[in-house]
Design a protein. Structure first.
Length: 216
Protein backbone atom coordinates (compact mmCIF):
# COMPACT_ATOMS: atom_id res chain seq x y z
CA UNK A 1 0.00 0.00 0.00
CA UNK A 2 1.38 3.41 -1.02
CA UNK A 3 1.05 5.77 1.91
CA UNK A 4 1.53 9.00 0.00
CA UNK A 5 0.65 11.02 -3.07
CA UNK A 6 2.01 13.85 -5.22
CA UNK A 7 0.11 17.11 -5.44
CA UNK A 8 0.26 20.79 -6.28
CA UNK A 9 -0.35 23.57 -3.81
CA UNK A 10 -3.37 25.66 -4.83
CA UNK A 11 -3.51 28.23 -2.03
CA UNK A 12 -5.05 28.94 1.35
CA UNK A 13 -8.65 29.41 2.40
CA UNK A 14 -10.76 28.76 5.49
CA UNK A 15 -13.40 26.29 6.60
CA UNK A 16 -16.03 26.49 9.29
CA UNK A 17 -15.96 23.71 11.88
CA UNK A 18 -19.09 22.15 13.35
CA UNK A 19 -18.85 24.40 16.40
CA UNK A 20 -18.55 27.55 14.27
CA UNK A 21 -14.79 28.03 14.60
CA UNK A 22 -12.87 29.24 11.55
CA UNK A 23 -10.13 26.80 10.51
CA UNK A 24 -7.36 28.01 8.14
CA UNK A 25 -6.54 25.34 5.56
CA UNK A 26 -4.22 24.88 2.60
CA UNK A 27 -5.84 23.45 -0.52
CA UNK A 28 -3.76 20.86 -2.39
CA UNK A 29 -4.74 19.25 -5.68
CA UNK A 30 -3.47 15.76 -4.87
CA UNK A 31 -3.20 13.32 -7.75
CA UNK A 32 -4.34 11.40 -9.55
CA UNK A 33 -1.04 9.54 -9.65
CA UNK A 34 0.06 6.37 -11.40
CA UNK A 35 2.72 3.83 -10.42
CA UNK A 36 5.52 4.10 -13.00
CA UNK A 37 8.14 1.84 -11.43
CA UNK A 38 8.28 -0.72 -8.64
CA UNK A 39 11.40 -1.52 -6.62
CA UNK A 40 11.79 -4.49 -4.27
CA UNK A 41 14.30 -5.53 -1.63
CA UNK A 42 14.84 -8.82 -3.47
CA UNK A 43 15.65 -7.02 -6.72
CA UNK A 44 18.76 -5.10 -7.78
CA UNK A 45 17.63 -1.96 -5.95
CA UNK A 46 17.72 -3.59 -2.52
CA UNK A 47 14.75 -1.74 -1.00
CA UNK A 48 10.97 -1.53 -1.32
CA UNK A 49 9.70 1.58 -3.07
CA UNK A 50 7.47 2.81 -5.85
CA UNK A 51 7.92 5.65 -8.29
CA UNK A 52 4.79 7.74 -8.78
CA UNK A 53 3.98 9.99 -11.71
CA UNK A 54 1.56 12.91 -11.38
CA UNK A 55 -1.11 12.79 -14.09
CA UNK A 56 -1.81 16.39 -15.06
CA UNK A 57 -4.80 17.83 -16.88
CA UNK A 58 -2.65 18.68 -19.88
CA UNK A 59 -0.97 15.40 -20.92
CA UNK A 60 2.69 15.28 -21.89
CA UNK A 61 3.27 14.72 -25.60
CA UNK A 62 5.60 11.86 -26.46
CA UNK A 63 7.63 14.12 -28.78
CA UNK A 64 8.50 16.33 -25.79
CA UNK A 65 9.98 13.43 -23.77
CA UNK A 66 13.73 12.92 -24.09
CA UNK A 67 15.19 9.58 -25.11
CA UNK A 68 16.20 8.24 -21.66
CA UNK A 69 12.79 9.02 -20.14
CA UNK A 70 11.02 7.60 -23.19
CA UNK A 71 12.78 4.31 -22.60
CA UNK A 72 11.90 4.49 -18.91
CA UNK A 73 8.19 4.74 -19.70
CA UNK A 74 8.40 2.09 -22.43
CA UNK A 75 9.54 -0.42 -19.78
CA UNK A 76 6.05 -0.19 -18.28
CA UNK A 77 4.67 -1.99 -21.33
CA UNK A 78 2.92 1.04 -22.74
CA UNK A 79 0.24 1.12 -20.05
CA UNK A 80 1.58 4.24 -18.33
CA UNK A 81 1.52 7.58 -20.19
CA UNK A 82 4.55 9.88 -19.84
CA UNK A 83 4.39 12.21 -16.86
CA UNK A 84 6.42 15.33 -16.20
CA UNK A 85 6.66 14.97 -12.40
CA UNK A 86 8.09 11.80 -10.85
CA UNK A 87 8.63 11.13 -7.14
CA UNK A 88 9.76 8.02 -5.28
CA UNK A 89 8.04 6.85 -2.11
CA UNK A 90 9.25 4.12 0.20
CA UNK A 91 6.80 1.38 1.14
CA UNK A 92 7.00 -0.83 4.20
CA UNK A 93 7.43 -4.57 3.79
CA UNK A 94 6.50 -6.47 0.67
CA UNK A 95 4.78 -4.35 -1.95
CA UNK A 96 3.28 -7.23 -3.94
CA UNK A 97 -0.14 -5.61 -3.81
CA UNK A 98 1.18 -2.61 -5.77
CA UNK A 99 1.77 -3.03 -9.49
CA UNK A 100 2.96 -0.80 -12.31
CA UNK A 101 0.02 1.07 -13.78
CA UNK A 102 -2.02 1.19 -10.56
CA UNK A 103 -3.70 4.48 -9.76
CA UNK A 104 -3.03 6.27 -6.48
CA UNK A 105 -5.87 8.58 -5.50
CA UNK A 106 -6.66 11.00 -2.70
CA UNK A 107 -9.26 8.63 -1.22
CA UNK A 108 -6.50 6.95 0.84
CA UNK A 109 -6.75 9.93 3.22
CA UNK A 110 -9.60 10.63 5.63
CA UNK A 111 -10.64 13.58 7.77
CA UNK A 112 -8.45 13.87 10.84
CA UNK A 113 -5.45 11.93 9.45
CA UNK A 114 -2.03 13.10 10.65
CA UNK A 115 0.20 13.87 7.67
CA UNK A 116 3.49 15.46 6.73
CA UNK A 117 4.09 17.53 3.61
CA UNK A 118 7.39 17.78 1.73
CA UNK A 119 8.02 20.70 -0.60
CA UNK A 120 10.49 23.34 -1.68
CA UNK A 121 10.41 26.60 0.27
CA UNK A 122 10.00 29.96 -1.43
CA UNK A 123 13.24 31.40 -2.77
CA UNK A 124 14.15 34.72 -1.12
CA UNK A 125 17.28 35.46 -3.14
CA UNK A 126 20.40 36.89 -1.51
CA UNK A 127 19.58 37.93 2.06
CA UNK A 128 21.53 39.48 4.90
CA UNK A 129 22.07 38.05 8.36
CA UNK A 130 19.12 39.89 9.94
CA UNK A 131 16.58 38.43 7.53
CA UNK A 132 18.31 35.08 7.03
CA UNK A 133 19.41 34.23 10.60
CA UNK A 134 17.36 36.65 12.72
CA UNK A 135 20.43 38.58 13.92
CA UNK A 136 19.93 41.70 16.02
CA UNK A 137 20.81 45.06 14.48
CA UNK A 138 23.22 47.61 15.92
CA UNK A 139 22.46 51.12 17.23
CA UNK A 140 21.14 53.64 14.73
CA UNK A 141 22.26 56.86 16.40
CA UNK A 142 25.42 59.01 16.80
CA UNK A 143 27.17 57.98 13.60
CA UNK A 144 26.90 54.23 14.11
CA UNK A 145 28.17 52.31 11.09
CA UNK A 146 27.08 48.91 12.37
CA UNK A 147 23.30 49.06 11.84
CA UNK A 148 22.77 45.88 9.81
CA UNK A 149 26.33 44.53 9.65
CA UNK A 150 26.86 40.99 10.99
CA UNK A 151 29.56 41.99 13.47
CA UNK A 152 32.73 40.00 14.19
CA UNK A 153 33.18 36.87 12.05
CA UNK A 154 36.57 35.75 13.40
CA UNK A 155 39.84 36.68 15.10
CA UNK A 156 42.86 38.33 13.48
CA UNK A 157 45.68 36.62 15.42
CA UNK A 158 44.25 33.14 15.79
CA UNK A 159 42.93 31.28 13.86
CA UNK A 160 43.32 34.09 11.28
CA UNK A 161 40.46 32.81 9.18
CA UNK A 162 36.68 32.55 9.15
CA UNK A 163 35.47 29.29 10.73
CA UNK A 164 33.52 26.99 8.44
CA UNK A 165 29.79 27.14 8.97
CA UNK A 166 29.77 30.71 10.27
CA UNK A 167 26.29 32.15 9.75
CA UNK A 168 26.52 34.85 7.16
CA UNK A 169 24.72 36.44 4.25
CA UNK A 170 23.77 34.23 1.34
CA UNK A 171 21.06 32.52 -0.65
CA UNK A 172 17.90 32.15 1.42
CA UNK A 173 15.10 29.67 0.85
CA UNK A 174 14.55 27.40 -2.19
CA UNK A 175 15.34 24.32 -0.08
CA UNK A 176 13.58 21.04 0.60
CA UNK A 177 11.36 21.45 3.66
CA UNK A 178 9.31 18.87 5.56
CA UNK A 179 6.43 20.15 7.70
CA UNK A 180 5.16 17.63 10.24
CA UNK A 181 2.20 17.75 12.58
CA UNK A 182 -0.37 18.70 9.92
CA UNK A 183 -3.93 17.36 9.88
CA UNK A 184 -6.36 16.60 7.06
CA UNK A 185 -9.37 18.88 7.50
CA UNK A 186 -11.42 17.70 4.54
CA UNK A 187 -11.08 15.38 1.52
CA UNK A 188 -12.82 16.09 -1.81
CA UNK A 189 -12.47 12.81 -3.71
CA UNK A 190 -14.48 13.98 -6.70
CA UNK A 191 -12.17 16.94 -7.43
CA UNK A 192 -8.94 15.34 -6.09
CA UNK A 193 -8.60 18.04 -3.45
CA UNK A 194 -7.01 17.73 -0.03
CA UNK A 195 -7.57 20.46 2.53
CA UNK A 196 -4.82 20.52 5.14
CA UNK A 197 -5.09 22.34 8.43
CA UNK A 198 -2.08 24.62 8.62
CA UNK A 199 0.56 26.02 6.26
CA UNK A 200 2.34 24.05 3.56
CA UNK A 201 5.82 24.98 2.23
CA UNK A 202 6.29 26.49 -1.22
CA UNK A 203 4.55 28.94 -3.50
CA UNK A 204 1.15 28.40 -5.05
CA UNK A 205 1.47 25.94 -7.91
CA UNK A 206 4.57 24.23 -6.49
CA UNK A 207 4.84 20.45 -6.28
CA UNK A 208 4.50 18.81 -2.87
CA UNK A 209 4.48 15.24 -1.56
CA UNK A 210 1.87 14.33 1.05
CA UNK A 211 2.60 11.33 3.27
CA UNK A 212 0.81 9.80 6.22
CA UNK A 213 2.71 10.64 9.36
CA UNK A 214 4.66 7.81 10.99
CA UNK A 215 4.93 9.72 14.28
CA UNK A 216 2.06 10.31 16.65
Amino acid sequence: MVNGIIGKKVGMTQLFAADGRVVPVTVIKAGPCVVVQKKTAAGPDGYDAVQLGLVEEKPVKLKNVNKPMRGHFEKTGGGVPPTRILKELRVEGANGEVNVGDKVLVDQFADGDAIEVIGKSKGRGFAGTIKRHNFSRGPESHGSMNVRAPGSIGQSAYPSRVIKGTRSSGHMGDKRVTVRGLTVARVDVENNLLMVRGAVPGANGSVVVIKKSQKK
